[in-house]
Design a protein around this ligand. Structure first.
Ligand code: MEV
Length: 311
């Protein structure tokens, strides 16, 4: 007889505050519709099996399972055969590792609906991937909607739903040139070695994020242009921190030429995810087609992801 436990986690789009959140500044973002589902089927003899994975990923997740064991009550951390279904592009800045941690924690906890407990476990588990996560990615993997976060590392951030207003995005991702762990670690070293420029830029990113949260909390859709401007300003700062890449600049540039109110990278950077904000659906659709035409070859080769998203 075999028993099966399952859990899901959502993908995310960080709107403001990435990196700054690691230093306690506020951040905000959206949970996406894309999800990751982890199933654990108990087998005899009892052991972990990861049959769907190649050797590299099997090794990495094997190490994850070892590090995750002490986080959970012994009687719940029962091994089994793991299978994963995901509509989240993996390793591109849409929070696939946070979604994995959330889905795994939910599965181990037997589909628990205790959000705080799942978040706490997922947050600790994410340390394996990112070293010093702020908790915003796992928050968006577990919650559902537009949220403002007040990080207080190493504890879980506070999370507050934001009213927001209709926003239409073209969202995409380009190849990564660095992992979240490396990018966060490099910035931490600069800040700890008292690099005044890095410290100032992170503080300014935090201030932009605070302003965006204030605007989104009003629910006043007439202020959408201000969000676009803040996104552009944040992108300039992220670029000065060395977190943007030529490919990201190209995508954001094409979007701006095609009517975006603003746009920026989303997540750790070094390539990966970005978003462009539009006032209406028609504008976003037009820009989506123009951008897709401009980078058709890269999309066909699977190097670039592009989709439309509205909330
Ligand atoms: C990565 O999606 C977001 C970062 O701020 C890291 C974190 O908050 O844990 C770069």
């Amino acid at each position: 007889m075999s028993s099966e436990r399952a859990g899901t986690g959502r993908g995310k789009l960080l709107l403001f505050g990435e990196h700054a959140a690691v230093y306690g500044h506020p951040a905000c973002g959206l949970s996406l519709d894309s999800t990751m589902r982890v199933r654990i089927r108990e087998i005899v003899p009892s052991r972990w099996r990861l049959p769907e994975l190649d050797d590299g990923n099997r090794g990495m997740l094997g190490a994850f399972l070892e590090s995750a064991e002490p986080l959970f009550p012994k009687e719940l951390f029962r091994p089994g055969e793991i299978s994963v279904e995901s509509t989240i592009p993996v390793g591109m800045g849409f929070g696939s590792s946070a979604a994995w941690c959330a889905a795994f924690a939910r599965a181990i906890l037997g589909g628990s609906t205790d959000r705080e407990m799942v978040w706490e476990k997922a947050h600790r588990a994410e340390e394996f991937f990112h070293g010093t996560p702020s908790g915003i990615d796992t928050g968006l993997a577990i919650l559902n909607g537009l949220y403002a976060f007040t990080p207080s590392p190493p504890r879980l951030p506070g999370a507050r739903p934001l009213e927001g207003f209709p926003m239409h995005f073209v969202v995409g991702a380009v190849p990564r040139e660095g992992s979240t762990r490396t990018l966060v670690g490099d910035l931490r070293r600069r800040i700890e070695s008292k690099d005044p420029e890095a410290k100032r830029l992170v503080e300014e990113l935090g201030a932009l994020s605070r302003s965006a949260i204030e605007i989104l909390a009003t629910g006043d859709s007439a202020r959408i242009g201000e969000i676009g401007k803040l996104a552009d300003e944040a992108q300039t700062l992220l670029d000065r921190l060395g977190l943007s890449t030529a490919a990201l600049d190209t995508m954001i540039g094409i979007g701006r030429k095609n009517g975006a109110l603003g746009g920026k990278l989303s997540g750790a950077g070094g390539g990966g995810a970005f978003y462009l904000l539009f006032e209406d659906l028609a504008g976003a659709d037009r820009a989506y087609r123009a951008i897709a035409d401009a980078v058709r070859n890269r999309i066909d080769r699977g190097e670039t992801v592009l989709f439309r998203y509205s909330r």
